[in-house]
Design a protein around this ligand. Structure first.
Ligand SMILES: *Cc1c(COP(=O)(O)O)cnc(C)c1O
Length: 428
């Protein structure tokens, strides 16, 4: 494939945007080469500036679960845009999407909308601290909760790709309140709680980790977290920015039958516009301004275009709930196909999958935490990535990313992808 125009556009971009991108992982640092510039997208396909067609396994990092330029979402946005794009005053559509989200997700009474997953997680932690009157938080190595200061401590994908898990600019004072635990290691969590008795406000976790590849929670792990939180007056925050409205209507809480105290959303909930949200039961949410003492705000929060896109997306998922089974089946088909061709070609690998979240690790051991995820062979991944790109299949340019499957993929697309992987595997 030829990337002449993309390369030229990237050179121009680098002059006026740091690294030529507005979010680091887009820059291909982990795999080498220059990023591809998108011209447009439809359904499961991207069309780049050089006229190449790519089957898209990133889907804007999750939001396009029903494919690009999905008609009900586009129509809703276009219609809204003609009536004014922002007011900074309440609108009815905010209540509509809040009612729908609260009806789809278990254990939440109220929800507040923000503009990104980062904002959702940052605000959820502030709320947990305000509500419990405690300062420290536990996060897991390799989990990503956005780029706010408290979370930039071994933060998975973007940060891991660049080998800078701790960012300059995050103060020692902030870092000391973030305690790091190992994913899937309940004894480690208990030891940290024991060593910081009565100081921990919350545990925040990706209930299925998606930012160090896909890592499922071990049997009983989430339940054990719930129990230990209850015993120590600690709030359990599920960061469902990736899993929410993807693993089930009610996300990971529904899939695993575990109740979180605060739930964070992003990605799918905005239908491709910048939306995040956090939600909890009344007792906790009423701690937020203007009712309660914990401050949180946003000029563009609940923006009408964003709410129109999000509402159209949630409506689709709510009324056509067979989508969740369908997308899981497609991902399972892909899983089996990839496993077969990699095995046939004697490529050492482990594939992790939960529903429509899947990742391929080039290592043979079980991948269950950050350490085991980091063991994968990155050189093999780079060749795999560029080989697939050359075949017209676009996966995330980092070995630490989950593939984001879209319902717009046909079985023909999946067969095409498996064939492409077979070809590439012969070159690894
Ligand atoms: C993407 C992601 C975030 C951050 O969301 P942004 O919208 O990029 O700020 C937070 N948590 C998880 C689990 C994510 O996957």
């Amino acid at each position: 494939m030829i990337y002449k125009r993309s390369s030229a556009l990237f050179s121009e971009a680098e002059k006026v945007i740091p690294g030529g991108v507005n979010s680091p992982v887009r820059a291909f640092k982990g795999v080498g080469g220059t990023p591809i510039f998108v011209k447009e997208a439809k359904g499961a396909y991207l069309f780049d500036e050089d006229g190449n067609r790519l089957i898209d396994y990133i889907n804007s990092w999750g939001p396009m679960i029903l494919g690009h330029a999905h008609k009900p979402v586009v129509d809703a946005v276009v219609e809204k845009a003609q009536k004014g794009t922002s007011f900074g005053m309440p609108t009815e559509i905010e209540t509509k999407i809040a009612e729908l989200a609260v009806s789809m997700v278990p254990n939440i009474d109220k929800i507040r909308f923000v503009n990104s997953g980062t904002e959702a997680c940052m605000s959820a932690v502030r709320l947990a601290r305000g509500f419990t009157g405690k300062d420290k938080i536990i996060k897991f190595a390799g989990c990503y909760h956005g780029h706010s200061d408290s979370f930039l401590i071994q933060a998975g994908s973007g940060a891991s790709t660049f080998g800078t898990p701790n960012s300059p600019g995050v103060t020692q004072g902030t870092a000391k309140d973030t305690l790091l635990a190992n994913y899937n290691d309940i004894d480690n969590v208990k030891a940290i709680i024991e060593a910081n008795k009565d100081e921990i406000a919350c545990i925040i976790i990706e209930p299925v980790a998606g930012n160090m590849g896909c890592i499922p929670p071990k049997d009983g792990f989430l339940q054990a977290l719930r129990t230990v939180c209850d015993a120590n007056n600690i709030l359990l925050i599920f960061d469902e920015v990736m899993t929410g409205f993807r693993l089930a209507k009610g996300g990971a809480q529904e899939l695993f039958g575990i109740k979180a105290d605060i739930v964070c959303f992003g990605k799918v909930i905005g239908g491709g516009l910048p939306v995040g949200a956090f939600a909890a039961r009344n007792e906790i949410m009423d701690y937020l301004a203007p009712v309660g003492p914990v401050y949180q705000a946003g000029t563009l929060s609940g923006n009408p275009l964003a709410m129109a896109a999000g509402l159209a997306m949630l409506n689709e998922l709510n009324t056509k709930s067979h989508i969740f089974d369908s997308i899981n089946e497609k991902t399972e088909y892909l899983h089996k196909g990839i496993a077969k061709v990699l095995s046939d070609n004697n490529i050492v690998h482990t594939i992790n999958r939960v529903g429509s979240m899947i990742s391929v690790h080039f290592d043979e051991g079980e991948v269950y935490d950050f350490t085991t995820a980091a063991k994968g062979n990155n050189d093999t991944f780079k060749n795999f990535f560029h080989g697939l790109l050359n075949e017209g299949v676009y996966i995330a340019p980092s070995a630490f990313e989950t593939w984001f499957i879209t319902e717009a993929l046909t079985y023909q697309d999946l067969d095409f992808t498996i064939n492409a992987i077979n070809k590439v595997a012969k070159t690894l």
